[in-house]
Design a protein. Structure first.
Length: 54
């Protein structure tokens, strides 16, 4: 039971780190890319969120 709890917590922490990293990359590089690249980045972030939610 404790190992399941630890695994769940580490998964939450990892998904939080991944999400903050993605948003950091989006906001720092947003000025360098044209609009279609930004849309692709947002789509990939949404896919990543769906993957981490399941």
């Amino acid at each position: 039971m404790i190992s399941t709890l630890i695994a769940g917590l580490s998964l939450l922490i990892l998904s939080g780190i991944a999400e903050s990293f993605m948003s950091y990359m989006l906001f720092t590089k947003i000025s360098n890319y044209p609009e279609d690249k930004i849309i692709q980045s947002v789509n990939s972030e949404q896919l990543l969120k769906r993957a981490t939610d399941n």
